[in-house]
Design a protein around this ligand. Structure first.
Ligand SMILES: [Zn+2]
Length: 1006
């Protein structure tokens, strides 16, 4: 009788308890638990300290050549260095043990400062622990022929990835912080262990995140569990079997309908923020050299990089690295994006400044890399002007990427991929990476979020995924890439491909037939304090925009009149670039540390110096003073109550002893502007304590803390009783220790009343505004933006309405009903609001982070109120706001001769503003003039000029002639047709010029 063979033993199945299986895998790869016996504990093999370590410390950021000539003194691991912002240079002698032949050897450096490794006088690797960059790979397999000994230098910046905030990230920097060197050694890196760890991390994430309703979660869990079973951590020969299990599950493919993620390497670098501009230069070098190293080992890696200014920094300070970057740009892997000089603020720069951001940026990219950018890239900016689509289109850009609206506090933006339409009707294809971040790590969780979060499911099936540590963290890591390789096409997860912005947008364009359109501004419902914080920076910006405008106009006119005139081309480029740099999205908004504010104000002072140093003269659109009837202007006290009345034949006002308007009306009209019992020019102080982002945010609840400013220091008294100018002055106490002095000025024939204001500001977490309650009823107020204006509601009906309790404007805002309205003009303010019938201008804030001294001290600014008949367009509000911002520049005449009047340009339609006159970038004998339609109307305008124009051609904002754009020169001038808010640029070629007397020998108007 034969005995039956025993049945085959089934392979031990995973047991049934999901949680123990999950946690078992977790512990197997844990960095904290069981590292004595788990897989993680085997990641590194033998270690060997540096043969010698010495250092030299300096308060300056110095070049390598200078640093290595200094005297180095012995140092050791555990030493600390500082204080903040100093630099410590280390000389590190290394000697790899010969027994490590065949092994992968890393130099490991850990510190809380930001490090750069130099080898053979070249930067080779950035080392920033916060960006998971602690290893410089010396060899992937040590050969006997390789040198085993070498000298490296490490340049250690005494600041962290986010500066040196004391206690919290955005707190002002601790000036005395010390930075510690915690590791400087050679180690063997076990690549096979690392690969297994990456496999297991992904399987564990899939098991946890796909959820119990998804069978794929269990497949991942049981695979991981089985891998732990087959893996003997002390015997690497067991690893391949475990890896095969992982490979088998990762290679189970998706169906055709699966979403595709376009992963692009990225490293968001703030051009200045919690550290000064100078440190950013090093952050760029540390980060980009790290990217270049990673590209050398990963031929698929792409990297999108914005901000021409940062390329320019690296070009001048790190030419060797820059040459390597140029190679990768040529290969299409290091990809310049954005097209702008910096990632600027999206609200406050003027229209012309925004044009120059693109002009300087795109020209730089063209010159350096032979290509302009086809997408605008502004992931981190605090809102986006409704004029941007037209400016992008004019600069060769049809695509836009950002994600900041995911920070909205109140409303969730309804799209991730859509057409964005500006105030003129221009449209750009816009994409917000649906994962709501530009600093992804290539994890399962982020992939799932990208798909789940996408608001345009069913319309598009592709989205962007920007991965990499920013701000000096060195961008992508090997691990991020290795994760995404495994996830490239695995059932249960979206498809992931390393891609480029161009590939993504090309696919989106093909899929765009079902996309929705968003019309108007992309308003960020957060960070509304940035329209006001750091008033001196805002003022510097507005002033320098004016100065550069004036210098360009005058230089261009001088050039037109005299061929011997040297147009200051390179000087103007230098000054524009400084102004554009200060428009960076943490500088102009005022969300930077004190060191950055000092730099910014110094740059502005340089530009103001240029103006003061030259003998320019410019006549604006101000009235001819010689023909005034001086009797028309008077200022009179009203005896009984200390109030004063002023009248100039155009407007009449009554002011109380606190400088408040109790009456404002047009002479000859009974129509009053100030409601009975109300005061206009009423100052109000609010508590201003946000939830976290101090310099950035003013919260809705600040409105509940309003206190009118009513403590009089000096009552209103007449300063100038009449003639060409009348004025009255007063002083107020604000809060506990601040004071305000104001001179209220009425000029002859002027249709607005000016408020020249001086404030000594010493508050903490207070917000000062000035309010104008008006006898005007309208559900919308109008605000000037770049090259145009838009309306916002004056009510709080919906959450979208009340989320705009604090908004931005440029030179004016207006509240009008049919036939009558009142405008509020300003010369350097941006924050404003209009609620019901009250227009408010935001004047000063007092945040304490990240600059504890923000806005403390003296301020001077001017605003004005202008009642008007008819619409603000017909009443000339736009022109008056220009006049307030571009005051007349009188200069002493050299002789008593009275020259004949001379005008260089005139435009037939009041709807059209001639904004810019400059030399053409590519043709020194030509000039560019830029005009825009400001009323929101379709209009034909004739541009007349007395300059010797030979040829006129329409061009785009990059000054490239438009096909078929040649314009005939007619008797009436050049015929231009505008649609609402259309910006037109013209190239004017001048005839061979004969030297004529300079235009400022005569009175001129531009
Ligand atoms: Zn940023």
């Amino acid at each position: 009788m034969r005995r039956a063979a025993p049945p085959p033993q089934p392979k031990m199945a995973a047991l049934k308890h999901r949680r123990t299986a999950l946690e078992r895998v977790e512990k197997f790869i844990s960095e904290v638990y069981f590292t004595d016996c788990n897989l993680r504990g085997r990641l590194f093999g033998d270690r060997c300290p540096a043969a010698s370590l010495s250092c030299f410390q300096t308060p300056r950021r110095i070049p390598y050549d200078e640093a290595v000539r200094q005297e180095f003194t012995p140092a050791k691991v555990g030493d600390s260095f500082g204080p903040t912002w100093e630099t410590c240079w280390f000389k590190v002698e290394l000697s790899i043990p010969p027994t490590w032949a065949g092994r992968e050897v890393h130099f490991v450096w850990e510190s809380d400062g930001e490090g750069m490794v130099w080898r053979d006088a070249q930067p080779v690797q950035g080392l920033t622990k916060e960006g998971e960059k602690t290893s410089y790979i010396l060899t992937s397999s040590l050969k006997e022929t390789e040198p085993h000994s070498m000298t490296l230098y490490v340049e250690l910046a005494c600041n962290g990835l986010f500066g040196a905030g004391k206690g919290s990230m955005i707190a002002p920097p601790d000036p005395d912080r010390r930075f510690t060197l915690t590791k400087a050694e050679l180690v063997i890196f076990n690549r096979d262990v690392y690969e297994l760890l990456v496999d297991l991390e992904i399987l564990l994430d899939m098991a946890q995140l796909l959820g119990e309703e998804n069978q794929r979660s269990f497949q991942a869990l049981y695979t991981a569990n089985q891998m732990v079973n087959v893996c003997d951590v002390s015997d690497p020969s067991t690893f391949p079997a475990a890896r095969d299990l992982a490979a088998a599950i990762f290679s189970q493919r998706n169906g055709e309908s699966q979403h595709t993620i376009h992963a692009v390497g990225h490293c968001h670098i703030d051009s200045a923020w919690l550290w000064p501009y100078e440190e950013t230069i090093r952050k760029c070098a540390r980060s980009w050299v790290t990217v270049v190293r990673l590209m050398e080992c990963n031929p698929e890696l792409t990297f999108a990089c914005s901000q021409a200014q940062q390329f320019e920094w690296v070009r001048s300070w790190y030419p060797g690295l820059y040459a390597q970057i140029q190679d990768f740009v040529a290969k299409g892997r290091f990809i310049p994006v954005g097209g702008t000089w910096v990632e600027m603020d999206g609200n406050l720069p003027s229209g012309e400044s925004m044009v120059r951001q693109f002009l300087q940026g795109q020209r730089f990219f063209q010159e350096q890399f032979g290509q302009i950018c086809s997408e605008f890239w502004l992931p981190d900016t605090f809102g986006y002007s409704a004029q941007l689509p037209q400016l992008m289109r004019g600069c060769g850009i049809r695509r836009f990427l950002t994600q900041k609206l995911s920070w909205n506090l109140v409303n969730t933006f309804p799209h991730h991929t859509f057409f964005w339409e500006g105030i003129d009707g221009s449209r750009v294809l816009t994409h917000f990476p649906p994962g709501n971040s530009y600093e992804m790590h290539g994890r399962v969780e982020e992939m799932l979020k990208t798909v789940k979060n996408n608001k345009d499911k069913g319309r598009v099936n592709h989205s962007a995924f920007l991965f990499g540590f920013g701000d000096g963290g060195g961008g992508p890591t090997q691990k991020m890439l290795d994760r995404m390789k495994r996830m490239s096409d695995t059932d249960g997860l979206p498809r992931v491909q390393i891609s480029t912005p161009d590939r993504l947008f090309s696919v989106l364009e093909k899929e765009s037939s079902q996309l929705c359109t968003w019309v108007g501004e992309l308003f960020l419902e957060l960070h509304n304090g940035t329209y006001t914080t750091q008033a001196q920076i805002k003022k510097g910006n507005r002033e320098c925009e004016r100065i550069l405008h004036d210098v360009e106009v005058l230089s261009a006119l001088a050039l037109a009149r005299s061929s011997t005139f040297q147009y200051p081309t390179s000087e103007l480029q230098r000054l524009w670039r400084l102004l554009l740099l200060n428009q960076f999205h943490d500088v102009l908004p005022g969300s930077c540390i004190q060191l950055v504010v000092e730099d910014a104000l110094r740059y502005y002072a340089g530009e103001q110096g240029v103006w003061m140093g030259e003998h320019w003269v410019l006549a604006g659109g101000a009235p001819e003073v010689s023909t005034l009837d001086c009797q028309a202007l008077w200022v009179r006290p009203v005896q009984e109550d200390g109030s004063i009345t002023m009248e100039n034949g155009v407007i009449a006002v009554c002011l109380d002893s606190m400088g408040r308007l109790t009456s404002l009306h047009l002479v000859g009209s009974e129509r009053e502007s100030v409601p009975e019992g109300c005061y206009a020019n009423q100052f109000a102080l609010f508590d201003d304590v946000p939830l976290y982002w101090d310099a950035w945010d003013v919260m809705d609840y600040h409105l509940e803390t309003r206190k009118p400013v009513t403590t009089l220091l000096k009552p209103l008294e007449i300063s100038l009783a009449g003639g060409l100018r009348g004025s009255a002055s007063f002083s107020l106490q604000i809060g506990k220790s601040s004071t305000l002095t104001q001179e209220i000025i009425l000029d002859a024939t002027c249709p607005y009343l000016r408020f020249l204001t001086q404030v000594e500001w010493k508050e903490a977490h207070k917000f000062l505004k000035v309010e104008f309650p008006l006898l005007v009823r309208s559900t919308n107020a109008t605000y000037e933006i770049q090259f145009g204006h838009l309306q916002r509601p004056t009510h709080w009906n919906t959450s979208w309405d009340w989320a705009r309790f604090e908004v931005w404007a440029h030179k004016w805002l207006d509240l009008s009903e049919h036939g009558f309205g009142v405008a509020l003009l300003n010369d350097c303010k941006y924050g404003a609001s209009a609620h019901r019938n009250v227009l408010s201008l935001s004047l000063l804030r007092a945040p304490k982070s990240p600059d504890a001294t923000a806005d403390m001290g003296h301020h001077q600014f001017t605003y004005a109120v202008m009642p008007h008949r008819g619409s603000f367009q017909d009443a000339g509000v736009i022109q008056c706001a220009y006049n307030l911002n571009f005051p007349l520049h009188p200069v002493p005449a050299s002789s008593a001769q009275c020259p004949e009047a001379w005008s260089s340009f005139s435009v037939s339609s009041p709807a059209v503003v001639l904004e810019t006159v400059k030399q053409a970038e590519d043709s020194p004998g030509a000039m560019v003039v830029r005009l825009y339609e400001a009323h929101g109307s379709t209009v034909v305008a004739w541009l007349r000029t007395s300059l010797p124009v030979q040829e006129a051609t329409l061009c785009d904002l990059l000054e490239r002639p438009v096909a078929g754009g040649c314009l005939p020169l007619e008797q009436r001038g050049i015929r231009l047709s505008f649609t609402p808010f259309r910006v037109l640029s013209l190239l004017l070629v001048l005839r061979r010029m004969v030297t004529q007397p300079p235009p400022w020998a005569a009175s001129s108007s531009v």
